[in-house]
Design a protein around this ligand. Structure first.
Ligand code: SF4
Length: 385
């Protein structure tokens, strides 16, 4: 195992932030050369920092949109969505007055749709409580739906250069390695916030936060970090101990539950398909879908589809050929959708377990926002229909 020496500290996490630390936490704060860490990171950023579209803006609304999109999604996926979103909703006011369906349609394919619903609700709240101007005060920003401490810090530091630290997934990983943290990061959140605040360059918070995000995204990556190219390699305890690939420590996770779902593409005599709009509460709220539900123990897919459609929509159908099987993973479970063509037999469809139902043609279906797994069903209908 390689051992590398740590440079002497000019000022340290410990002596600058003792006031912030208490008890055990203070003992766990390492001795770090924070001036050298700041300077080396900012020099590296000036040389190789990413030129991202939202970094060309100081508009807190545009920065907020990018921060929310980036929460669960990679930069290259976000860029076209970001541009399209700002064309559709160029201001807080434009977003606030949009129909929710239009907002969800603009988000279609990005996943984690609560983010879009929260952006929409927050825009309405900004119109109502802040006269349409994005607030520049941390406590006010943190009352908006979908904005926690790190997102608020990211927005306010990028838009107004306020000295607020961030602690997103990338930053947690970098800091956990910097101090060779011996627990999963989510069990040391207070300590990592202290570190992030202690390291933040209060003269250049915008650049510093963007630099540390870039370090996590491009060099201190989850797998095979590129330590020889890292501006922090001289100070990094994981690298010094040659354990960078073992950190951060991960939580033990139970396998994801797997749900088998029967799904109906119900046709009427006019060649239209029945779709329903999910309830606002819960996963994928407000999105449209093909109706169906979970297969009960001992039940066939066909029997499940007939039962679910009777319970959810109050109609009788005949279940026909299988159209497609779609596997999809969400954050806490995965599903297998067994999708069948079905024929409407009798009864007037009712929105018993959903917000709305509609008969639509395949040509018109693109107007409606669908979850990703359902988009595959539409593609299959187009190919095989
Ligand atoms: S030296 Fe390696 S492990 Fe340490 S911060 Fe840099 S990239 Fe991450």
């Amino acid at each position: 195992m390689t051992t590398r020496s740590v440079q002497p500290a000019t000022s340290t996490i410990k002596n600058q932030h003792q006031a912030l630390s208490t008890g055990d936490d203070r003992d766990r704060l390492p001795l770090l050369a924070i001036d050298a860490l700041r300077q080396s990171l900012l020099s590296w950023y000036a040389e190789v920092g990413r030129d991202l579209p939202w970094r060309q803006s100081r508009d807190p609304y545009a920065i907020w949109v990018s921060e929310i999109m980036l929460q669960q999604t990679q930069v290259k996926t976000v860029i076209p969505y970001y541009h399209r979103w700002l064309t559709l909703f160029p201001t807080v006011a434009a977003l606030a007055i949009a129909e929710q369906q239009q907002v969800l349609k603009a988000w279609e394919g990005l996943g984690y749709y609560a983010r879009a619903r929260n952006l929409h609700r927050a825009a309405q709240s900004i119109m109502q409580h802040h006269g349409g101007t994005f607030p520049d005060c941390l406590s006010a920003v943190m009352t908006l739906p979908g904005i926690g401490r790190t997102t608020a810090g990211g927005i306010l530091s990028a838009a107004f250069d306020q000295p607020l630290a961030i602690l997103d997934g990338n930053v947690k990983r970098v800091l956990a390695r910097l101090i060779a943290l011996q627990t999963p990061p989510n069990r040391a959140i207070a300590l990592l916030w202290q570190l992030s605040e202690a390291l933040l360059d209060r003269q250049q918070p915008r650049n510093f936060n963007q630099a540390i995000m870039d370090l996590g995204a491009t060099v201190c990556t989850p797998h095979q970090p590129r330590c020889p190219q890292c501006p922090w390699k001289m100070h990094c305890q994981a690298y010094n101990q040659d354990i960078q690939s073992k950190l951060p420590m991960s939580e033990l996770r139970a396998p994801l539950p797997h749900k088998i779902i029967g799904v109906a593409v119900i046709w009427n005599d006019q060649g239209q398909i029945l779709i329903d709009r999910r309830r606002q509460e819960g996963l994928l709220g407000g999105l449209w879908e093909f109706p169906g539900g979970k297969v009960e123990p001992g039940e066939t897919i066909e029997a499940c589809i007939q039962r679910e459609i009777r319970e959810e929509l109050g109609i009788e159908i005949a279940v026909g050929d299988r159209l497609i099987v779609v596997d999809h993973a969400y954050s806490h479970f995965r599903v297998t959708l067994n999708v069948h063509h079905c024929r409407h037999l009798n009864g007037e469809p009712q929105a018993i377990e959903c917000d709305e139902i509609r008969w639509v043609t395949l040509a018109d279906i693109d107007q409606y926002p669908f979850p990703k797994a359902n988009v595959q069903i539409i593609e299959a209908l187009r190919q095989k229909g």
